[in-house]
Design a protein around this ligand. Structure first.
Ligand code: LLP
Length: 389
């Protein structure tokens, strides 16, 4: 089996667990995005929630992407990384007053607003500061993304967005409120979507909703289709880049976009997931009554996706030199039975001290780490750091 290209000799000398970011792959991915979305009115805002490591942000900013933020902390990180305020959008179902104030002070491009109540609060705070808040309304388009229940967002029972039935009232409120400027409509249907059909369905729905909104007298200048493009977790070496070609083509061909309208994307996972791996060391190989366990020094505190979403991450024994394989449950040291990275998984025979790479962990990996069990947070190192030493 093909394995990733890891500088094992150098990684071997570091304290584990830690995240390793392959910046060459990230730069390649950013090039693919630029090639597949060359239109001047296509704007990609990177969703910082996926990974906010400064070295990673630096590459993303250098490639000219904007930022999609969901907290005051993310807005600060985006500004510090050099994202121009004019490329920052701010989403979130519950923006606190201080976060709204911060965004107004920074003069960000746009608030993605999720309720009429929120519109009124933003208007009040903008009035106090004698500013105008530009907003898109996040509409719940009721499109099934057919992804994991915990990461689908566009269904009627989700807390996200304004119901379609209330859209007109929300647009009218925007037009009435003196310190709100209505820019357009925002959507996001879920994450890790690899089948293009939900995105096609979203386009059809957006065309209808834009038409409806404009019939009622508002002008839709921004259409924000959110994020959600998935990656291939099964084959990180064979398919290391998401299918940006197919993705952007859906919107290019199916959305009725006028030249005076801009199209906005909020991609997170597809930008950064493949470039990150969690590097962990085998502490013990233990033969249980029915199973063989490879017990490693990383746990669900370092990468929670398998425990939280039952997500699959390919694991490679990057220290192995033989071809022989064995079946393992790869588990961590946390006092929780859900602290399992993978079950019944065949990989190169593992010994105490071997390094394992838990792949495709660049998105929603390090950023979701916790200190449960009073563990240290995982650190990180990049391929550029390794090349320098
Ligand atoms: N825009 C909005 C409004 C979002 O809620 C999200 C993700 C994105 C953009 C970026 O979506 P992406 O391109 O990354 O799919 N922790 C979960 C994923 C949570 C996604 C939350 N929202 C996981 O590890 O799978």
């Amino acid at each position: 089996m093909m394995t990733g290209n890891f500088p094992v000799g150098k990684l071997q000398q570091l304290d584990t667990p830690f995240y390793y970011y392959d910046l060459d792959l990230l730069r390649h991915t950013l090039g693919v995005i630029a090639d597949n979305a060359p239109e001047r009115n296509f704007n990609v805002h990177y969703a910082l929630k996926a990974c906010a490591v400064p070295e990673v942000l630096h590459e993303i900013v250098s490639a000219g992407l904007g930022a999609d933020c969901v907290s005051g902390g993310e807005i600060r990180a985006a500004l510090e990384a050099g994202v121009p305020a004019s490329r920052i959008v701010f989403a979130g179902v519950a923006k606190a007053d201080w976060e709204i104030a911060l965004a107004l002070d920074a003069d960000i491009l746009c608030f993605n607003v999720e309720s009429i109540e929120e519109l009124e609060v933003i208007n009040q705070l903008a009035e106090k500061k004698q500013k105008t808040a530009r907003v898109c309304l996040r509409i719940n388009p009721e499109i099934d993304a057919h992804t994991h229940r915990n990461i689908t967002t566009g269904m009627p029972d989700n807390k996200f967005g304004i119901p379609m039935a209330d859209m007109q009232r929300a647009v009218d409120t925007c037009l009435e409120l003196p310190d709100i400027e209505f820019l357009g409509l925002h959507f996001h249907i879920g994450s890790q979507i690899t089948d293009m059909q939900p995105f096609r369905n979203l386009c059809m729905r957006i065309n209808d909703l834009v038409e409806q909104t404009e019939k009622n007298g508002a002008v839709v200048r921004h259409i924000n289709v959110g994020g959600g493009l998935g990656i291939n977790y099964e084959h990180p070496n064979h398919i290391p880049v998401a299918d940006f070609d197919a993705y952007f083509n859906v919107f290019r061909t199916l959305l009725n976009l006028r030249p005076d309208q801009t199209l906005h994307f909020e991609l997170g996972r597809s930008v950064v997931a493949p470039c990150g791996s969690l590097i962990t060391r085998v502490l013990y190989v233990k033969q249980g009554k029915e199973k063989r366990f490879a017990i490693v020094d990383a746990g669900m505190t370092d990468l929670i996706r398998p425990a939280l979403y039952n997500a699959f991450h390919r694991i490679e024994n990057i220290s192995a030199n033989g071809l022989a394989e064995q079946t393992y449950d790869v588990v961590g040291p946390i006092c929780e039975s859900s602290d399992v990275f993978v079950r019944n998984f065949s990989m190169a025979v593992a010994h105490r001290g071997d390094l394992l790479a838990i792949r495709s962990a660049g998105a929603y990996g390090e950023i979701m780490a916790s200190q449960y069990n009073l563990r240290r947070l995982p650190g990180h190192i990049t391929s550029d750091d390794i090349n320098r030493v």
